[in-house]
Ligand binder design. Structure first.
Ligand code: SF4
Length: 339
């Protein structure tokens, strides 16, 4: 495909781990005009989860009466002392949040702790899980919310002093839930264009071309090249599920610090299932592995190859930071496909 010629050097950011992997795998960076730089942002949900959250779950997992349930990548993320959850005998991998209901019902003598990670994409599934726990009258089930909202993270990046992001490849999966309108703040508040994109190489190439055109014309808008799945208003049923169960709260992000209204916590009416209340969990703090550059990578300030540990000390077989662990991490993508 032939791209329009950019009128100036431009930097585009993708904010979705699936885009990061698809871009690396298909070699898209190699065919971009030389004026276009494509960088990764905070789009990998387990990567933005602070180490102190892993530390807290590691501590809880010492209780043999507890079964810790979550998605696979979370169990491979090292805590601040490089320890991971996967070696613990009482962790259970869930392919769907509803697996946790089955585990709770099959293990009435255990306490089930589900760790909810992800963005708006996974929040509806977590909401349904909690509604189902209520319907099933589970007494041995708790939910620890590490769920996050994308908009505050993008705003934080754009409000940094030396921001050099000219446009965004917006995450298709998140947009399925929040709709085109969920990204309208980009042109309205920050005068930046965004294109909601699917995940095939063709989708991404077309979306980048649309971004270049908007930047050339200085006409920032939100455009949607993934309209086979993304509607203007998003999935209003999923939004209602989130609204029923969760309310927004300030949340700590690896790399970005504590961002206002960037997380989801359980509403008062579902407090019976809130792990923070039940286990008296303290707030999280910033404690990242020494020399790991994941924080800078998640902000788009560094590429994986600029980390001194990349490919030497830190590999997918022996990862130091989450960006090398996660199947959606920028370092894992670069290691596997680019370097
Ligand atoms: Fe962190 Fe490893 Fe990536 Fe370096 S290469 S930033 S240590 S994950």
């Amino acid at each position: 495909m032939r791209f329009s010629k950019p009128k100036r050097p431009i930097t585009l950011m993708e904010i979705c781990g699936t885009h990061t992997m698809a871009i690396a795998k298909s070699g898209i960076k190699n065919v971009l005009p030389k004026e276009v730089k494509l960088i990764s942002g905070p789009g990998c949900p387990v990567c933005v989860t602070p180490s102190s959250a892993i530390d807290m779950v590691l501590e809880l997992s010492k209780d043999p009466h507890l079964l810790i349930c979550s998605y696979g990548d979370l169990f491979r993320i090292p805590g601040s002392q490089s320890e991971t959850l996967r070696a613990r005998p009482n962790v259970r991998l869930c392919l769907s949040p509803m697996d946790a209901i089955q585990i709770a019902q099959n293990n009435p003598d255990k306490i089930i702790l589900f760790i909810g990670v992800g963005f708006e994409t996974t929040a509806p599934g977590s909401a349904v899980l909690i509604q189902e726990a209520r319907r099933s009258q589970l007494k041995n089930f708790y939910f620890y919310s590490l769920l996050k909202r994308t908009q505050p993270a993008i705003c934080a990046l754009l409000e940094k002093e030396k921001t050099q992001i000219d446009g965004f490849l917006c995450p298709g999966h998140v947009a399925v839930i929040i709709g085109e309108k969920g990204f309208e703040f980009l042109p309205c508040r920050y005068h930046r264009p965004g294109v909601i994109s699917g995940f095939e190489p063709e989708d991404i190439l077309v979306s980048i071309e649309v971004l270049i055109q908007m930047i050339n014309q200085e006409d920032p808008k939100i455009l949607n090249t993934y309209d086979r799945l993304v509607q203007k208003e998003g999935n209003t049923i999923a939004q209602a599920q989130i609204e029923d169960v969760f309310e927004v709260e300030d949340s700590l992000w690896r790399g970005l610090g504590t961002l206002p209204d960037s997380g989801y916590r359980l509403k008062e009416k579902y407090q019976d299932f809130d792990a923070r209340q039940h286990f008296h969990l303290p707030g999280l703090e910033n404690k990242e592995p020494e020399n790991c550059q994941c924080a800078a990578i998640l902000c788009g300030e560094k590429a994986p190859s600029q980390c001194p540990l990349f490919q030497t000390v830190c590999t997918p077989q022996d990862p130091v930071g989450p960006c090398m662990v996660s199947s959606e991490g920028a370092c894992a993508a670069a290691y596997t496909y680019e370097e």
